[in-house]
Design a binder for this molecule. Structure first.
Ligand code: PEP
Length: 251
């Protein structure tokens, strides 16, 4: 039985006082731990604050992206080692907004995945198809290409210390959630594809679902055989909602 993980992705939201309220509420409600693992991925400037307020709790934290480079003349970039310096356990890699807005390719995601793992971080690798791709019946091809690029660069063994998040692009921030069965089908596809290379490892990898997860739909999604928790955007900014989603993963 795989342990579940609920990770919040704040995106470019927040501020010192709002974060303090949110983090203190989370620490109070779920900081002692539960049946699942919890994390929040904060914007870079707030990682120090997040570390201070979550240190000693059961809630981990992480970044939302990272540089593929270890160090150097890359103005504006943040390396994996810098994230590790602020106690990050996780970093999101290949989020669909990075892919669509910042031109990150499957290969970019692959090298960032490797950079994260080298620094001891757990990459949360996002995979997902657009609405056009789903309607064109190429979901599996798209997911396979996204996954295979990372497997070829990092090796399947790279997934021993990684998390995958299936996030259909059409469900992110739209209020339109994949049905539990739609999500389960893709999760099972991802696991089966990894299993072709390493069956035991594929059974252990946590595969999260992301895309308009709310307290109202979390339990049903998390009840599916291959859904091991969630990557939560909008609802992770509301303490009560995020806590309710974490509780659904505790079951
Ligand atoms: C996300 O940001 O990865 C996400 C899934 O957002 P939302 O939960 O708001 O759809």
């Amino acid at each position: 039985m795989r342990r579940k993980l609920v990770a919040g992705n704040w995106k470019m939201h927040g501020g010192l006082s709002r974060n303090r309220d949110l983090l203190q509420s989370l620490a109070q409600a779920i900081g002692a731990g539960g049946g699942a693992d919890y994390a929040v991925c904060a914007p870079f400037p707030y990682l120090a604050q997040t570390q201070t307020l979550l240190n000693g709790t059961a809630i981990a934290w992480g970044g939302q992206t990272l540089s593929e480079h270890a160090e150097g003349a890359y103005t504006g970039e943040v390396s994996a080692a810098m994230l590790a310096d602020f106690g990050c356990r996780y970093v999101i890699v290949g989020h669909s907004e990075r892919r669509s807005l910042y031109g990150e390719s499957n290969q970019t995601a692959a090298v960032k995945f490797v950079a994260a793992a080298r620094a001891g971080l757990t990459p949360i690798l996002c995979l997902g198809e657009t609405l056009e791709q789903r309607e064109g019946n190429v979901t599996e091809q798209v997911i396979a290409a996204q996954l295979d690029a990372v497997v070829e660069t990092a090796g399947v063994s790279g997934f021993a210390g990684a998390v995958i998040a299936y996030e259909p692009v059409w469900a992110i921030g739209t209020g339109r959630t994949a049905t539990p069965q739609q999500a389960q089908d893709v999760h099972a596809f991802i696991r089966a594809r990894l299993a072709r290379r390493d069956a035991a490892l594929a059974q252990r990898v946590q595969i999260l679902y992301g895309g308009s997860v709310k307290p109202q739909n979390a339990a049903e999604l998390f009840g599916m055989a291959d859904i091991d928790g969630g990557l939560i955007g909008g609802a992770s900014l509301v303490a009560q909602d995020f806590v309710a989603i974490c509780r659904a993963a505790d079951q």
